[in-house]
Every structure is written in C-alpha cells, then in structure tokens.
Ligand binder design. Structure first.
Ligand SMILES: Cc1cc2nc3c(=O)[nH]c(=O)nc-3n(C[C@H](O)[C@H](O)[C@H](O)COP(=O)(O)OP(=O)(O)OC[C@H]3O[C@@H](n4cnc5c(N)ncnc54)[C@H](O)[C@@H]3O)c2cc1C
Length: 553
C-alpha cells in the first residue's frame, strides 16, 4: 500500500516551502507530502491522484490565493475526496471566512499564520486529524477500477472480459457513487462514453475494446514467432486440451482466442460431471487450471485476437487475424465452439446486456439480489444457471417450451431444482416480449397451449436457447453442414467417395476436415456431444492425429 498523502497549497513560494519543510520533518516517514502553488494546480493533482485511487489524508490550503481561494479549492476537492481532512491556513482577517467554511464545506480546522513553533500550533492539530482519518477511512482499493452504469452493454462487455480473463477489478456504479461520477465527468464531461477503466499506474481507458484492455492488463496479444507446428483456434476446453497435449508432446504450439480462455465452459457456474472433481468445479476454476497447465508446458496463448480466415498453401496452413496479420503453421486445429442462439422477440435486442443476458453471465448475478430472475431454456446449462441465480434472486422462474424438464435435462439437475424452494418451473411457456426503457423491467410470457399472456416484473432474464457454430473463418475452405457445423472424419465419406479435392490415398482421420492437416474438435463439429469432457478428449485426440499427419508431410 502506498503512503497516504498530505497535499498543501499556497501561492506564496516562501510560505509554501516553509509548510512543506515542517510537514516533511514531522510526517515524512509515514506520509507523502505534495505541494501546489495554486488552487487550479492542486485540483489537477487531486484528479490525477483519484485516477490512481491514491489515498489523500489531509488538505492544508491557504485561504488567500488570487485565482481560487482555499475554501473554493476545498469545496471542489472534497467532491472527489469527501473523507479527506480539511484545514485552512488563515490570516487574522480571514477568520470570518474560515468559520463560515466549517458549515459550508465541513472544514475540520483553521490555523492562524504563522504557525511557529509547529510543535505547539501545527502538529498537535494535524496529529489528531490524521489519526482520526486513519482510524475511520478504509484504505482504497489499489487494483483496476471500472466506472460506469449497470445498464450499459459496453460496461457489461468490459466487466465480462475482465472476469473471464480472471483479472480482478472493482466496479464503481456512477449512478450510486458520487465520487466515481465526478471522476468520470472529469474525463469526458458529457459522460456518453462508458465505462472508464482506471489502472493503478494512473492510466485511464475510456470505452476500450477487448484488445486495448488485454494489452493494458498484460495479456499476451502478439505471437512471438511467425511459424508454429500447430495453431489452435479457440481456447475453450477443446482448444485447451489440444494445447496441453501439443505443447507437452514437443510441438511448437500457439492457441488463439478472441475473448478469453475457457470458452463456454468458462462461463459455467458449476460443472458437476467432469471426471475427477466429485464435488464439481466452476468453469472459471477449470479454465484457470488448464490455462496455467498449457502455459507451463510451453504453449503460447493469445487472447482478444480474432481469427477471421484460414488459407492453405501446401504444405502450410495460415490463419488470418482481424488486423490482417497472418500466422503460419504445419497443422491447424479449429476449436471455435458455438454461441447460444438469440431470442428474436420485441425488446430483447435493445435490452441485451441491460438485464437480458445470454448464457450464465455469472458476473451479473449479484446485481439481482432479491429481485425476480427468469431463466429461459430447459437444457442442463439452464438448470445450472437457475441453481446459481437462486442463491441471489428473490425468485427464479424457469421458462421451458417443452412439457417437462426431464425431456431435456439430466435427472440430477431436475432433482436439485425440484428440491430448491426459490425456483419455479413453467412448462409449455415462452417469452413474447421484454419490456423496459433503459433496462429490463418486465417480461410478457405466453402459455403455448392456451395462448394466454401475462406480464411479470423482471430484474433479469438469462437465455439458454440453443447454439450457433463459429465456423465463418473456414467458410469455403472446409466442408460444413447446412447449420454451419464442421464435418469431420467418416462423415465426409459420401456413398464411398472421399471429399471433393481430397488428393491423399487415405481417408480423412477421425477429427480431420475435408482439408488434410486441418482438424476440428469440440462443439464446432457436426454431431458433437456438447460436453466439457468430450471437448477436452477431442482436443487431445486431435493432437495425436496431428502427429500422424505430420509424419506424412
Ligand atoms: C452455461 C453453460 C454451462 C455448461 N455446463 C456444462 C457442464 O456442466 N458439463 C458439461 O459437460 N458441459 C457443459 N457445458 C457445455 C460445454 O461448456 C461445452 O460443450 C464446451 O465448452 C465446448 O468446448 P469447445 O472448446 O468446443 O468450445 P467453446 O467452449 O465454445 O470454446 C470456443 C472458444 O473459441 C473462441 N472463438 C470462437 N471463434 C473464434 C475466432 N474466430 N477466433 C478466435 N477465437 C474464437 C471463443 O471465444 C471460445 O472461447 C455448458 C455450457 C454452457 C454455455
């Protein structure tokens, strides 16, 4: 923790130097003493310090300064630092103004100039104020702070990106926190661009994209080499499985993800069916362990980098990043997974990120403490979400189109849900509208049999409604089915014929696509069993097939 600060301001250089000297002599070992020669200069210093979240214990300001009086300075500074103790240095003629300031700006004390000897007139007063400040003011958070509004989609994106990359941060809601509001307004007076992300070194990023955030947070975003044995696109369980096995088996391995490691599994509140974890584990925990393991074994991992295309120039394969950079490899594993489907009913798109969330959005759960929460969908992921949100919400209502949960959900989850009093399940029900100005306030639901509709107050709605494959990057390169899933192995053989343009004298390997040396693993594959274990297994398996392939080129 850095030393707390004493900031003194006076326009007369001799007086300023004398105050500074006396303060340093007595407080220098425990406090950092900063001086400013005008109110404006001091205010700028206060703003800078607030951006770093540095603690200021005391303001000591001269009342008589030409452009901004001591009282005026203190009035502005206390907006950012309300708890900092405030002392005015006054001449006899300013006593009236000082007394008035006690009421108007909560002045703690005023001292007459000169203050000699300081042992009698200065230190006892300041000692009292400083020990009081130390005893009552909690030390400020010295990590990353994100300031914005709860209902802003870009604030949600930034929080989600940090959380998914397991970067701790403190959230400052400017609608509730006056200091944070003043801090943000000081940056962009109209306050349109949110969030503002404050870093401990004093840097601020306003509405940053994921790449800028990743770079500032020290995540790797650039490859160290132009050429690898294997490049893996996607760092979900399949990609992580491939990275661990690729690196541990001596392949120069690079894995690239446009968001964070962990993929969909990283957003899961509790994975209960993954081998070796009898009590289950959170997706974030699994992602962290697997990422550390892949790195330790020598895999390079790029985050916040999107692969937009793939190119083949035999015997090499190339990935093209969104900024046009190309990286070259001998074999490629596509493990880009899926995104849950979006709900196309009025109100949902506008409120996405403002009360409406796709997937588990765990970071948001605590914001809906004691509020009604709806979970849409009837598969395992919806069940897990409902169990998780029931810890916070006043009530969780599951909206399921089918006639019974048992049809689409594992029995252990159905049992957990029926044993949880805070969860209600409405079957044969769908959402027909999301209602709210800046944030979700209510939803309208319809019974599929009777057509009867009801509008219910809603804090948040979490959607778990099917999946879309992320395979655009290989469009026109490898064969995909109508829904966009990548076709691999035996599924590529139609009527005994190998895929078009296939020149080798062997059939495609189990996880190989219609282009030799390009493999697919995990949810992106046609017919995949969408489970963490099978994705991890396929990632590992893809590497053993990469070895077989590399022997032949
Ligand atoms: C909320 C939830 C709970 C779940 N719970 C369980 C459970 O309890 N048990 C279980 O077995 N399964 C569970 N699943 C399913 C499981 O998480 C998935 O089957 C698994 O994550 C699939 O892994 P994957 O690596 O194939 O794809 P994903 O996990 O989808 O990972 C794909 C990765 O690729 C990245 N990517 C996509 N396109 C690009 C691109 N163009 N460039 C760069 N990167 C890209 C994405 O950002 C993502 O990180 C759950 C899923 C969800 C959503």
């Amino acid at each position: 923790m850095p030393k707390p600060i004493i900031l003194t301001v006076d326009d007369e250089p001799q007086v300023l130097n004398a105050v500074e000297r006396d303060l340093r002599r007595h407080y220098g070992s425990e406090y950092r003493v900063i001086k400013a020669s005008s109110g404006t200069e001091a205010l700028e210093a206060v703003r800078q310090l607030k951006r770093r979240n540095s603690p200021i214990a005391l303001f000591l300001a001269d009342q008589r300064m030409p452009t901004m009086s001591g009282t005026e300075f203190l009035a502005e500074a206390r907006v950012l630092y309300p708890e900092t103790r405030k002392v005015l240095l006054t001449a006899y003629a300013d006593t009236e103004a000082a007394i008035e300031s006690i009421n108007t700006i909560g002045l703690d004390h005023y001292l007459m100039k000169p203050w000699d000897p300081p042992e009698q007139t200065l230190y006892p007063v300041l000692d009292d104020l400083l020990s009081d400040w130390l005893a009552t003011v909690p030390l400020p958070y010295d990590g990353i702070r994100v300031a914005g509004t709860l209902w802003s989609p870009s604030c949600h994106r930034v929080k989600d990106f940090l959380a998914r990359n397991r970067i701790p941060y403190q959230w400052l809601d400017i609608e509730k926190d006056g200091e944070a509001k003043a801090l943000v307004e000081g940056l962009n007076p109209e306050g349109h661009r949110l969030p503002a992300v404050f870093f401990p070194d004093g840097d601020v990023l306003v509405e940053p994209d994921n790449l800028a955030l990743a770079e500032k947070c020290g995540l790797q975003t650039q490859a160290t080499q132009p050429f690898y044995d294997v490049i893996i696109v996607g760092a979900g369980p399949a990609g992580l499985g491939a990275a661990v096995y690729g690196a541990s088996e001596g392949l120069r391995t690079l894995m690239i993800d446009r968001e964070a490691t962990g993929g969909q599994a990283g957003t899961s509140s509790r994975i209960e069916n993954y081998l070796g974890f009898p009590k289950g584990l959170s997706g974030a925990d699994l992602a962290q362990r697997a990422t550390a393991q892949a790195r330790r074994l020598g895999a390079e991992i790029l985050t916040a980098r999107e692969v937009t295309g793939v190119r083949v120039e035999d015997p090499y394969r190339f990935v093209i990043l969104s900024d046009g950079t190309e990286l070259e490899c001998r074999a490629l594993v596509i493990a880009t997974g899926v995104t849950v489907r979006t709900l196309d009913v009025p109100g949902v798109e506008a409120l996405n990120g403002a009360g409406v969330y796709y997937g588990a959005a765990l970071t948001e759960a605590a914001n809906y403490r004691d509020q009604p929460v709806f979970v849409v969908g009837g598969a395992n992921s919806a069940g897990q979400g409902a169990m998780f949100f029931s810890r916070y919400a006043s009530k969780v209502t599951m909206l399921v189109r089918g006639s019974a949960l048992e049809k689409s959900m594992s029995q252990y989850l159905v049992d957990q849900i029926s044993d949880t009093p805070g969860i209600e399940v409405l079957t044969r029900t769908e959402v027909v509208e999301a209602i709210g100005q800046d944030r979700l306030e209510a939803i309208t639901i319809a019974n599929k049999e009777t057509g009867a509709t009801r509008t219910l107050p809603a804090g948040a709605m979490f959607l778990f409604i099917g999946a879309l494959p992320h395979s655009e990057l290989v469009a026109g390169v490898v064969e995909r089915n109508k829904a966009g899933f990548i076709i691999t192995g035996p599924d590529l053989i139609q009527d005994g014929r190998r895929p078009k343009n296939w020149k080798l004298k062997r059939d495609p390997y189990l996880l190989e696509t219609s282009v030799p040396g390009i493999f697919a693993a995990g949810d992106i594959r046609q017919g995949a069993v969408r489970r963490v274990a099978s994705a991890v297994g396929q990632g590992a398996n893809a590497i053993s097939l990469v070895h077989q392939y590399l022997k032949t080129v």
